[in-house]
Design a protein around this ligand. Structure first.
Ligand SMILES: Nc1ncnc2c1ncn2[C@@H]1O[C@H](COP(=O)(O)OP(=O)(O)OP(=O)(O)O)[C@@H](O)[C@H]1O
Ligand SMILES: [Mg+2]
Length: 267
């Protein structure tokens, strides 16, 4: 295992009192959570527990109703998705979000684009030489990532023509374009067959070994229990438990709210 590339805070993420209300519904209710550097942290819980909403507040897709989010020690509570991405937070989505009419390589390249806007989009458009050099660099990087996530052979195909598993890999490739410190993965193994699942885990572990911390939402307990150092459990928007996989699997409240009495520990 390699050391983290970053030295700021000892925690990559700290969430305090995080709350999201949708009208009368409290989707996330006063959640505290700390993700340490060099940790694979999973967020689990029943459908509708508020997991995706939590991730969306963390990466700026949704504004919190209340609470504070620190990313590598910096307060990002009011930052936009683009700002948070530039600071080094990548994300993949429960329902894949790719541009379906663009090719695989174009989709991966787009993951790097928000980094360019430092000089302004206008500068990009009028300065052809600089923009074409930049595009060339991005294409090279995207090709290397396409190879890394196993979609190089289909890089020029329109993404909607790819099987579901390859689309998920493409999305991971896009999230890697900005060399993230942390990647948030929303149900990365859902819809994958066992071979694809094993491949995805293998790639995620390589990403982790390269120095990127991981936080994932996942319903597949084989995946969660085997790769996580720490697990946070949500139910009806509230944190009901937090701990190492061995503890979480025997926690009566987690068994009652989520795992079920038939659950057999996998580790
Ligand atoms: N944009 C929204 N507007 C209104 N209600 C929402 C919105 N997004 C989520 N919700 C509600 O908030 C609650 C939490 O949803 P969320 O998607 O975060 O759950 P989840 O834990 O990710 O569930 P799943 O495991 O099914 O993906 C649900 O009751 C959901 O219907
Ligand atoms: Mg969800």
């Amino acid at each position: 295992m390699t050391e983290s590339k970053y030295t700021g805070s000892e925690n990559i993420l700290e969430v305090r009192g995080l709350t999201k209300r949708f009208g009368g519904l409290v989707a996330v209710d006063n959640v505290d959570m700390t993700v340490k550097k060099r940790e694979i942290h999973s967020l689990i819980g029943p459908n509708g527990a508020g997991k995706t909403t939590t991730l969306s507040m963390i990466n700026g897709t949704l504004n919190p109703s209340e609470g504070t989010i620190l990313f590598d020690g910096e307060d990002i509570s009011a930052r936009s998705t683009d700002q948070v991405a530039k600071m080094g937070m990548g994300r993949t989505f429960q329902n894949i979000k790719l541009f379906s009419t663009l090719t695989v390589i174009e989709n991966i390249m787009l993951g790097g684009f928000c980094n360019y806007t430092k000089g302004g989009l206008l500068r990009f458009l009028i300065n052809f030489r600089e923009s074409s050099r930049y595009e060339h660099e991005m294409r090279e990087k995207a090709e290397a990532l396409a190879d890394f996530v196993g979609v190089y052979a289909m890089k020029d195909k329109v993404v909607s023509d790819l099987p579901y598993g390859r689309q998920k890999m493409t999305e991971l490739g896009r999230a890697l374009m900005l060399d993230p410190k942390l990647i948030l993965l929303d149900e990365p193994a859902a819809g994958l067959n066992p071979t694809e699942r094993a491949e995805f885990i293998d790639i995620m572990m390589k990403v982790y070994d390269g120095g990127t911390d991981l936080m994932l939402i996942e319903h597949n307990m084989d995946v969660v229990m085997n790769i996580s150092n720490m697990i946070t459990v949500l139910s009806f928007g509230r944190k009901i438990a937090e701990g190492a996989p061995k503890e979480i699997q025997k926690n009566p409240e987690v068994i009652k709210a989520y795992l079920g009495s038939e659950y057999k520990p996998v580790i």
